[in-house]
Design a protein around this ligand. Structure first.
Ligand code: PLP
Length: 401
């Protein structure tokens, strides 16, 4: 008899579980719209050409060794990552008020930031949007923070509940941490306008709420790296403090390389350097130091202006394909006369569309049409192609009529 026989089976991860079910389905028309990873028009995973090129250069460089990195990772990668998100001319960088540490993609960066806050920040409550990426509550709770939600999405308009957001942040205790999706909110695809960001900023600064940005889609939302960083740059421009978790999973297609960074913008250089010293104490017993390969690829691309340009072109092509899928799905639903207003499909931004389909309709589409997605009606636009749009439109039409 095992000493572990009392262990109860855990449920499948709700997002990864979609793929498990999809893999079991023998139907030739099956479609997986659950995955949060880019697919080509042919439905294949994509490795960017510029990434292949960088890997080749790294491979050819015989001076490279496999020694441990420092606890904070590759210094050059950290510098370039800060520059990418805050802008080349950022005063915060120039004044050495930013500390950046290499972490394990977006998730690891969120976790390291949260662990630091749980140890060193006077407020232990973090407000996350309702809804949000399913991993957020778990990451922050396990790091020792207490999680509250703020209203974000309005199902009746399939848009922003801005009034609700202002009310909830307005009544949050002073000093609370607030998790903000920098762009391409997951799962809703609904982002504040620049004017709304400015209102959020004023409210948060007036109440000393601490912004923690999750930037998992820079460049992937609009196709432009600077446009997708505007929300963060507004908060940095006012001289105040904030946390930023960056991921290169989507925008460089480096999902499995686990490459990301945590930046903490402080009011003064000496504070930033003390914060960094404590971040090392968080990282050391967690994973000791980060892996070399992914961050070397990113640094190789970011530091070379030609490769950087190549990257922006490939990034824009991914974003444009997703935007074109939105248009095609919207047109196909209109052509079928599907009842209701589907304009949210073209208004929403980023990898996902929050269709507004309920769990019963999702179940129907899986059963009758072999289309797989999360039960909240979120579909990955990146998993669609011109060839599969008609099948999805047929399924949605049948589900709503
Ligand atoms: N944050 C958001 C909003 C996401 O959608 C994701 C990935 O789906 C992540 C963070 C973390 O991704 P990763 O850890 O792969 O960088």
């Amino acid at each position: 008899d095992s000493v572990f026989s009392h262990v109860v089976r855990a449920p499948e991860d709700p997002i990864l579980g979609v793929t498990v079910a999809y893999n079991k389905d023998p139907s030739p028309v099956k479609l997986n719209l659950g995955v949060g990873a880019y697919r080509t028009e042919e439905g294949k995973p994509l490795v960017l050409n510029v990434v292949r090129k960088a890997e080749q250069m790294l491979l050819n460089d015989k001076s490279r060794v496999k020694e441990y990195l420092p606890i904070v990772g590759i210094a050059e990668f950290n510098k370039l990552s800060a520059k990418l998100i805050f802008g080349a001319d950022s005063p915060a960088i120039r004044e050495n008020r930013v500390t950046t540490v290499q972490c394990l993609s977006g998730t690891g960066s969120l976790r390291v930031g949260a662990e630091f806050l749980a140890r060193h920040y006077h407020q232990k409550t973090i407000y996350i949007p309702q809804p949000t990426w399913g991993n957020h509550p778990k990451v922050f709770t396990l790091a020792g923070l207490s999680v509250q939600t703020y209203r974000y999405y309005d199902p009746t308009t399939r848009g922003m509940n801005f009034q609700g957001l202002l009310e909830d942040l307005g009544s949050a205790p002073s000093g609370s941490i607030v998790l903000l999706h920098a762009c391409a909110h997951n799962p809703t695809g609904v982002d504040p306008t620049l004017q709304q960001w400015e209102q959020i900023r004023q409210l948060m600064r007036s109440k000393a709420l601490l912004p923690f940005f999750d930037s998992a889609y820079q460049g992937f939302a609009s196709g432009n790296l600077d446009v997708d960083a505007q929300s963060i740059r507004m908060f940095v421009a006012d001289g105040g403090e904030c946390f930023v978790a960056q991921s290169y999973a989507k925008n460089m297609g480096l999902y499995g390389e686990r490459v990301g960074a945590l930046s903490v913008v402080c009011r003064a250089a000496d504070v930033a350097s003390k914060v960094e010293s404590q971040l090392k104490l968080v990282i050391r017993p967690m994973f000791s130091n980060p892996p070399i390969h992914g961050a070397s690829i990113v640094a190789t691309i970011l530091k070379d202006s030609n490769m950087f340009n190549e990257w922006t072109i490939e990034l824009k092509a991914m974003a444009d394909r997703i935007i074109s899928m939105r248009k095609q799905l919207f047109d196909a639903l209109r052509a079928r006369g599907a009842p209701g207003d589907w304009s949210h499909i073209i208004k929403q931004i980023g990898m996902f569309t929050f269709t507004g389909l309920n769990s019963k309709q999702v179940e129907f589409m899986t059963r009758e049409y072999h289309i797989y997605m999360t039960s909240d009606g979120r579909i990955s636009m990146a998993g669609l192609s011109s060839k599969t749009v008609p099948h999805l439109a047929d399924a949605i039409h049948a589900a709503v009529t």
